[in-house]
Design a protein around this ligand. Structure first.
Ligand code: HEC
Ligand code: HEC
Length: 300
């Protein structure tokens, strides 16, 4: 890959020296949300893209670059115009700052590493990437989604009532939201029946055969996706120092183009916070000697 990058760099400088690159942008465009992007910005973005991003994301943004082979998950296919980790309800168009967050911090557990780019470089490269999906991004008629405003978040638990949040989150996860229909369950049959009785008045009965298994899901990205086991996998969009808040955002909005739903209008707000604390608690078992005992209790 290193050699490839050097080669493409050499090719680029020849082109700019000759000054006749065929697909150079001559005009600016208006992007979704009414944002005007100049030709100079797009050309700068293209150069950055070719230097740093093309090896994985491909010449035309198709996610099929020379370094993409065998990557799991595969690099995003930008032609589809679908973003997974936006700051809006999935399906709506995300605001640029959600992408800058992914660029700055990377997407954990994937080949998408953190990039040390300056703000103007991030702006340029992301505006250029939008041109791979003009039907999604270009045109003043296109609107961005309603952004989640972190400033206005009100965590009803805070760290002081963390334990209470975890207890509630465990119940919501398994009984009300049935998250284990895609992800896996993290309680025993006895615990499941107790929680179910308490919340619904009825016992749950026998656990399904696949209660403790991850259920692979189709996606709009052209490949199947694995719902993470929170005690095992990295969470792509979750930063260690802001875990509960980042998980809360993900639960509000879901994961674009995948089966992971947006819970914003399905569950009450305090229950989504409780789930965020519970998922963060499960994350604590990752790389911990305690994980073995925790999951060993749960066999089917
Ligand atoms: C080594 C391979 C690699 C390189 C180089 C790379 N990416 Fe990625 N990128 C990925 C992978 C893999 C994903 C998909 C992760 C996932 O599906 O969770 C991704 C996803 C993305 C996403 C989608 C985020 C979302 O929420 O859907 C954006 C935007 C992105 N990359 C931008 C860039 C930019 C800009 C560069 C260059 C500065 C770059 N990438 C370089 C591998 C790479
Ligand atoms: C219909 C299937 C389905 C259901 C139901 C579901 N999920 Fe997911 N979830 C997924 C899939 C698929 C992914 C992985 C998407 C990807 O990374 O491409 C995912 C990813 C996640 C992530 C990781 C986000 C990241 O940054 O990597 C979290 C957290 C999550 N789900 C929590 C939950 C919780 C909590 C519930 C219940 C309230 C739930 N999910 C219900 C399918 C589902």
């Amino acid at each position: 890959m290193k050699r490839f990058l050097t080669l493409s760099l050499a090719a680029l400088s020849v082109v700019s020296f000759v000054g006749c690159e065929p697909t150079e942008f001559k005009e600016g465009v208006v992007m979704a949300g009414g944002q005007y992007v100049s030709a100079a910005t797009l050309n700068k973005g293209k150069q950055i893209y070719q230097e740093y991003c093309m090896a994985c994301h491909g010449v035309d943004g198709g996610g099929d670059g020379v370094a993409s082979k065998g990557l799991q998950p595969p690099p995003r296919n930008f032609k589809l115009g679908i973003i997974k980790f936006g700051n809006v309800v999935s399906g709506e168009l995300p605001h640029d700052d959600a992408i800058y967050k992914a660029l700055k911090h990377g997407l954990n557990g994937s080949a998408m590493l953190p990039w040390d780019l300056k703000q103007d470089q991030m702006v340029a490269v992301w505006q250029y990437i939008k041109t791979f999906a003009p039907d999604t991004w270009i045109g003043k008629d296109k609107e961005l989604g309603k952004k989640f405003d972190r400033e206005k978040f009100k965590d009803p638990f805070t760290i002081a009532r963390r334990q209470q949040a975890i207890e509630l989150g465990r119940k919501i996860y398994h009984v009300e939201a049935n998250c284990q229909s895609c992800h896996r369950g993290y309680v025993t049959e006895a615990e499941m029946n107790l929680m179910s009785k308490e919340l619904t008045g009825d016992e749950y009965g026998e656990l399904e055969e696949d209660f403790y298994k991850l259920k692979i899901q189709e996606s709009d990205h052209g490949y199947a996706v694995v719902p993470p086991d929170f005690t095992w996998h990295e969470l792509r969009s979750v930063r260690a120092d802001k875990a509960v808040e980042d998980i809360y955002v993900r639960l509000l909005g879901g994961v674009g183009g995948t089966a992971m739903p947006a819970w914003k209008d399905t569950l009450e707000d305090h229950k989504i916070w409780a789930l965020a604390y519970y998922i963060d608690y499960l994350r604590g078992y990752k790389n911990s000697a305690k994980r073995q005992n925790f999951v060993a209790r749960m066999k089917k």
